[in-house]
Design a binder for this molecule. Structure first.
Ligand code: THG
Length: 805
């Protein structure tokens, strides 16, 4: 194995500091070409390298940051690329010990790519290839891409590097304090894109101090399992007496070392303002730290310039908008012929607004230059939205043009099990850092059975592994065939989804709407099939997100499959006054007094935080009774009001109730098992013959939360049993629930028996089929439409009467 790759597995390496600022300090190259110093003042450059090596740097960087043809052209040096880069490696090597690594530094070209600028992608690749080949030929141990702002330019650089050598690659972008590069890329999107391009180490240099770089790496770590690099500036530059000064002390720069190591930073260096003294202290700080690190599991994801989307694994099914496809669309077809892009931009925006996570781009139309059309489509869609793209083409030439035009990691749609397709498409996916949809068909067509499709999926998987594509970057399309032709095929497709998931552990995709070709009311059928496919584990769905039925099916299925936790997204979308109450979601303010914070925690359903909050109140000397009355209960009352106003819904009420229960349980424990004074004793039961108890259980929980003692007799409870317990326990109230019309009369019977036995308790009835009229007709004291209303009414009545009994 390569020495650098082996070494970063074993220990953390220190990379030297700032060539640029060091040269400036020596009064060299002010306004001139820093790289020319390699030729004019070689001893100064080597001297700087030597200072860093003596201070303990494991890696020194060549003085070639601006050593590309495009950059050197500013000084008329464009024909001396090889000479300057070769010399730079030699100068660095002269300062090295046998263990020291020489990293060839490569910076941006200063040119802009089409369509914004005039450089084509191929030209950009050539510019980088020339410089990197020179560095590699001269014996650099690795290549360090630094200070990139344009992710697409960096893509070109990394691809060029793979083209000309096998050297390990470090790839770094520079972010501002808002967490994006100047051209709009956040660290997550950068990491997904670079990870797919098979760099060895990724991270961030310059722009920020170590605290800022640390946050950037944290964000990168959420999506990538690669080793990381931190190359922070020595603090943020300040102007002192007309001079730029980097104020960060060596000690400040080492304060993050242990956290960086834990996160998997395997190279730590400095950027502007980092002196040999900084490197010396960093080296010492590293000595005592545990350098072992196990990479986290890989995750599947796609990216654009400005965003990334997880795919497969625990992620929700990704919705791929299908509408940029000329099938059956005359307007778009005409546009493809005339080279316009208005339809693409409009559909991109509308599909994303409707909920698309990814956009499928299909430009396949007979008689047009598909490569040019796909390139244009990629530029148009990338300009209109930030959604990652899916390139839908069977033409490898068009595919490659699209891959060059893309800013991030795209999904190729698609490769098949045919040898010819595998040979042409998979190497493109690998070279351009893309994921691939694999269609389960081959030279013999589409297998009838799910097992046949599984076999092809396995073959595609093996071929993908052979070119170095990880399983996470493969999505298997089990193929939707129209159900109107052969009805049993739909079930076979669904079975194939499960097989591919369970046998191969791969993510699956479907062109869902194909199911309904040739039948009326297509969305009806497509939506039902979609829901079934989601249950079978579908991870990417090519659909029309503007079709309300499809999105309805999606949101509903996510609730039923427990993917939309507490149905929050469902509620946010369908509730009349939409959005979950923002106050409930707002973080608890530190300044608020403990009672307000208790109330807010109950409203927000903060199950994780409530116990420590109760402890805090107890520590402040607040009596348990007051914690309950002035903190918890006002919170729960607010929950009731919001529920009544349709601002929140049952899942949130239950979350608040659980939080309340946790608070009470803890209070009780702290008080040595005593409960507080009860507001009254309530017997609760679902009547005989009825086995529904959800509503009753909710009410029991809420009543307990509000300080009542509840005796819950459960469901299917005979009148005699209710009578017996009511007498024995001397309850203050009896609450009865029924959810079926067939069991409603049991309420009448039970209340009748209570009256006959002379038990004068307060009675309450409720349940789906119960109405105020019915409650009146059987002589119940109170009817409540839901649990919250029941609590309010019970409190009103028992709150005053219970105490006098
Ligand atoms: N698997 C994969 N990719 C695919 C498919 C697949 N790409 C293409 C297709 N199938 C998915 N995309 C579409 C796009 C449009 C339609 C269906 C699937 C469609 N068009 C209507 C028609 O042809 O009548 C026009 C509708 C309109 O005008 O809105 O239905 O299976 N990997």
């Amino acid at each position: 194995m390569n020495r650098f790759r082996q070494t970063i597995q074993q220990r953390v390496l220190i990379l030297d500091g700032a060539m640029g600022t060091m040269l400036q300090e020596r009064g060299l190259a002010p306004g001139g070409c820093p790289e020319e110093m390699n030729l004019q003042h070689p001893e100064v450059v080597t001297g700087i390298h030597r200072e860093y090596v003596e201070a303990g740097a494991d890696i020194v960087e060549t003085n070639t940051f601006g050593g590309s043809r495009a950059k050197l052209a500013h000084y008329g040096l464009e024909d001396r690329v090889v000479e300057i880069n070769r010399k730079a490696v030699e100068l660095a090597r002269q300062a090295c010990t046998p263990e020291t690594f020489v990293a060839g530094s490569v910076g941006p070209t200063g040119r802009f790519l089409e369509p914004v600028g005039d450089a084509s992608f191929d030209e950009m690749v050539e510019i980088f290839a020339e410089q990197i080949a020179a560095l590699a030929d001269a014996g650099a141990d690795l290549i360090n891409f630094e200070t990139f702002l344009d992710i697409r330019e960096l893509r070109a650089g990394v691809i060029a590097c793979h083209d000309v050598c096998d050297l390990p690659i470090i790839a770094q972008m520079t972010f501002d304090d808002a967490g994006r590069t100047v051209l709009g890329t956040p660290p997550e999107a950068a990491a997904v894109t670079l990870d797919a391009l098979q760099v060895d180490v990724l991270g961030s240099n310059c722009g920020l101090g170590i605290d800022g770089i640390f946050s950037i790496l944290q964000a990168m770590r959420t999506v990538s399992s690669k080793p990381l690099i931190a190359q922070a500036n020595a603090g943020l530059p300040v102007l002192q007496d007309g001079e730029t000064v980097f104020p960060g002390t060596p000690e400040e720069m080492t304060a993050y070392h242990s956290r960086l190591l834990e996160m998997g930073a395997r190279v730590i260096g400095g950027c502007c303002g980092t002196t040999p003294q900084h490197i010396r202290v960093m080296r010492q700080a590293l000595a005592g730290l545990d350098a072992s690190w196990t990479p986290p599991p890989r995750r599947g994801a796609l990216s654009s310039r400005a965003a990334c989307v997880e795919i497969g694994g625990a992620a929700s099914c990704a919705l791929i908008g299908e509408r940029i496809n000329p099938t059956g669309k005359k307007g778009y077809s005409e546009e493809l012929r005339s080279g316009k892009t208005a339809y693409i931009r409009k559909e991109a925006r509308e599909q994303v607004a409707a909920g698309a996570d990814l956009l499928d781009l299909n430009c396949g139309l007979p008689g047009i230059d598909e490569a040019q059309a796909l390139e244009r489509a990629v530029f148009a869609a990338s300009g209109a939205v930030t959604t990652p793209l899916v390139l839908d083409t069977s033409d490898p030439v068009a595919l490659e043009r699209g891959l060059k035009a893309a800013d991030g990691k795209v999904l190729i749609n698609s490769v098949t099990g045919e040898a010819r397709s595998l040979e042409r498409v998979l190497p493109l996916a690998h070279r351009y850092g893309a994921a691939v949809i694999g269609l389960t068909l081959d030279e013999k067509g589409i297998p009838e059975t799910a097992e046949g499709r599984l076999e092809i999926a396995r073959r595609i998987r093996d071929a993908a592994r052979a070119v170095g594509l990880p399983d996470q970057d493969l999505v298997i399309d089990c193929l939707t065939l129209t159900v109107s032709a052969e009805q049993k095929r739909a079930l076979e497709t669904l079975r194939a989804l499960r097989l591919v998931r369970d046998e191969l552990g791969l993510a699956t995709a479907l062109g869902v709407s194909n199911i309904s070709f040739g039948l009326p009311a297509r969305p009806v059928l497509s939506a039902a099939f979609f829901a079934m496919a989601l249950e079978a584990g579908l991870k990417a769905a090519i659909i029309n997100p503007k079709d309300v039925r499809m999105m309805d099916a999606f949101r509903a299925a996510r609730v039923l499959l427990c993917q939309d936790v507490r149905a929050e997204e469902y509620i946010a979308h369908y509730a009349e006054h939409a959005q979950i109450d923002s106050a409930a979601a707002a973080p608890v303010q530190e300044e608020a007094d403990v009672f307000q914070r208790l109330a807010t925690a109950i409203i927000a359903g903060d199950l994780d935080g409530i116990v420590s909050l109760v402890d805090e109140a107890l520590r402040e000397g607040v009596p348990a009774m007051q914690i309950s009355n002035d903190g918890l209960l006002p919170g729960l009352e607010e929950v009731g009001r919001r529920f009544a106003d349709n601002r929140i819904f049952l899942p949130q009420v239950m979350q608040s109730a659980e939080t309340m229960q946790a608070a009470f349980a803890h209070l009780k424990e702290m008080l040595g098992g005593q409960s507080g004074p009860s507001l009254g004793k309530i017997l609760m039961a679902t009547v005989e013959g009825d086995i529904h108890d959800i509503g009753k259980n909710i009410l029991c929980t809420l009543l307990e939360n509000h300080g009542f003692e509840v005796i819950d007799l459960g469901k299917n409870v005979p009148a005699a049993k209710i009578l017996e317990v009511a007498l024995e326990q001397k309850v203050d109230a009896v609450g009865l629930s029924a959810l079926m019309t067939t069991t409603l009369h049991q309420m009448d019977i039970t209340l009748g028996q209570l009256r006959e036995a002379g038990i004068k308790v307060f009675t309450m009835v409720g349940g789906a089929v119960v109405t105020q009229e019915y409650a009146d007709s059987i002589g119940a004291d109170v009817y409540a439409a839901d649990a919250m209303e029941a609590v309010a009414k019970v409190k009103q009545i028992l709150g005053s009467t219970a105490k006098t009994q």
